[in-house]
Design a protein around this ligand. Structure first.
Ligand code: ATP
Length: 302
């Protein structure tokens, strides 16, 4: 159990971040100030988070046969992740075009590209009892369902981060052990209004999902976590951080850290406390994948 794997089937994207004084109007061309390229995508970020925290992490993903595909593979392999299952496919890699204006306001267009080609065959990997399977909603639902249903047979634990939120087919929901959502994803899935300040509405919405999924974990930003674990409600207050540098990647840091601790054999309630601390470190640093903490850094704030 202690040496179980974290296997993430998910997205990998190139984030192209352009800075400009303001956003262009439709039809207008502006001169920007800078352009930067960052590897991202929820799957890659979560696998990197788990790996940095000591898990034996594998990423199953698809990149395109463009130059971004090569850069993305190089990035995850430099991180030390197992990249045998980062497969190439024809066409473009997943790409996010992000424009940041001087006001700080972003516009983002994400093109799934090769992520949309991840198939059930791609997720046919060796799965052992106690392994933790992780996915998100940026790859085709059939691949996630097949991955989880197949993984449950030998006794793997399955963790779905339903981001971006989309309705879950009953067969997929039945194969999910732990659902992780933020406040707005919870509202979408439950079909009710949820207020982070009103824990009662969060618990009621999470409970409504429990007819399909036994454990529903809701992340509430600086307010921490509320989780319905079977009949038990567990709350973890947010850690007070010195300064918020960039919240991007906090959700992915949380999921990766949770998976790493579960693979190490820690009970879910305790792993939530660890993941909350790990995610709080992500917000203190810029970037997504780059902001994922190490074990020593998390232990220092626990
Ligand atoms: P994002 O999309 O920004 O990556 P998210 O919306 O998926 O994040 P959040 O609920 O905002 O997820 O954050 C995930 C977790 O990160 C929280 O449950 C908490 O543990 C931690 N966190 C986020 N923001 C803060 C903050 N300001 N202070 C402390 N911890 C935070």
């Amino acid at each position: 159990m202690g040496n179980a794997k974290v296997i993430v089937a998910g997205s990998i994207n190139m984030d192209v971040v352009v800075r400009a004084a303001r956003h262009p109007r439709p039809g207008e061309t502006l001169l920007g100030q800078s352009v930067q390229f960052f590897a991202g995508g929820k799957g890659a970020n979560q696998a990197i988070a788990a790996h940095r925290l000591g898990a034996r992490a594998t990423l199953i993903a698809r990149v395109g046969d463009d130059s971004f595909g090569g850069s993305l593979r190089a990035f995850v392999s430099q991180e030390g992740l197992d990249t045998q299952r980062v497969l190439a496919t024809g066409g473009a890699s997943g790409t996010a075009l992000i424009t940041v204006a001087d006001s700080g306001e972003n516009t983002i267009v994400v093109v799934p590209g090769a992520n949309g080609a991840l198939s059930p065959v791609d997720v046919e990997v060796d799965i052992e009892p106690g392994d933790v399977l992780v996915s998100q909603c940026e790859i085709p639902a059939q691949a996630i369902e097949y991955f989880f249903v197949r993984g449950k047979r030998p006794g793997a634990l399955t963790l779905l981060n339903a981001a971006p939120a989309r309705p879950l087919a009953p067969a997929l929901a039945a194969a999910v052990d732990i659902l992780v959502v933020n406040e707005s994803e919870l509202a979408t899935l439950a079909g009710t209004a949820v207020g982070a300040r009103d824990t009662g509405t969060v618990i009621a919405a999470a409970r409504s999902l429990q007819s399909a999924i036994g454990n529903v974990v809701v992340t509430l930003g600086e307010r921490g976590v509320v989780a319905c674990l079977g009949p038990v409600v567990k709350t973890v207050p947010g850690r007070r951080v010195e300064a918020v540098a960039d919240t991007t990647g906090a959700g992915d840091g949380f999921v990766g850290a949770l998976a790493a601790r579960l693979a190490a054999g820690e009970p879910l309630a305790q792993a939530l406390v660890f993941a909350n601390a790990a995610a709080s470190i992500c917000v203190e640093r810029p970037g997504a994948a780059a902001s994922m903490p190490t074990m020593a850094e998390v232990l220092a704030v626990l």
